[in-house]
Design a protein around this ligand. Structure first.
Ligand SMILES: C[S@@+](CC[C@H](N)C(=O)[O-])C[C@H]1O[C@@H](n2cnc3c(N)ncnc32)[C@H](O)[C@@H]1O
Length: 196
């Protein structure tokens, strides 16, 4: 029996248009970014470069070997603005409330939905996201692969949007296809009107 978490060892980084991804991701120097279900950190290391020395990346995954690889690679490259933790994201994240400016969920929400842990994970994201924070989602386009999981497991834009709505997270900005396999969308909190 495998002890590995769902999709451990898989990354979407090599199948997306990374140039376009970095253009549309709202990452800025000084931000605190959460790379949730970071795997071995394919997105984490370039995120760390973009937030710079005044920012940090908190990278979490249940896959201990992936977190070890990320720590080794970051250490070898002299990158010291990454905090990497072996964590079950469906339980409590080691982050204070409102502590995250940007959360990246790169091709992982469908795994949580398939496991039935998506609501627990999204509860944690809603807790740690700053009121003006952004949740960025990369998902496989809902069609048969490869690459990616079977079509039945994939989440359409509407399915992603409906999953985030109960957490007060509303889609904004353009939906961008990152090449033929994946799409990108962003969410932020519904702003309460002062006149209400
Ligand atoms: C498809 S991989 C994506 C990895 C990374 N985002 C990337 O694309 O490079 C999904 C990741 O979710 C992680 N995972 C699955 N269940 C988890 C959980 N409950 N808590 C944290 N990570 C989990 C797996 O270990 C795996 O690394």
């Amino acid at each position: 029996m495998s002890e590995q978490p769902t999709a451990a060892g898989r990354s979407s980084y090599d199948v997306i248009d990374t140039e376009l991804f970095w253009k549309v991701l709202s990452v800025e120097p000084g931000m605190t970014v959460l790379d949730l279900a970071c795997g071995a950190g394919r997105y984490t290391l370039p995120l760390a470069e973009r937030v710079g020395p005044s920012g940090r990346v908190i990278a979490v995954d249940l896959w201990a070997e992936g977190i070890d690889r990320l720590k080794t690679e970051a250490g070898a490259a002299g990158v010291d603005n990454i905090e990497a933790h072996v964590v079950d994201a469906a339980l409590e994240l080691p982050i204070p409330p409102r502590g995250v400016d940007l959360c990246l969920l790169a091709t992982t929400l469908h795994d949580f939905a398939a496991d039935g842990t998506d609501r627990a994970v999204l509860t944690q994201i809603a807790r740690v996201l700053h009121p003006q924070g952004i949740l960025s989602v990369v998902e496989f386009i809902k069609k048969e692969g490869p690459p990616g999981p079977p079509k039945t497991v994939r989440l359409s834009l509407e399915q992603v949007t409906m999953r985030l709505l109960p957490f007060g997270l509303i889609r904004f900005g353009a939906v961008v296809e990152l090449g033929p396999h994946a799409y990108f969308c962003q969410f932020r909190r519904l702003r309460k009107s002062n006149s209400a």
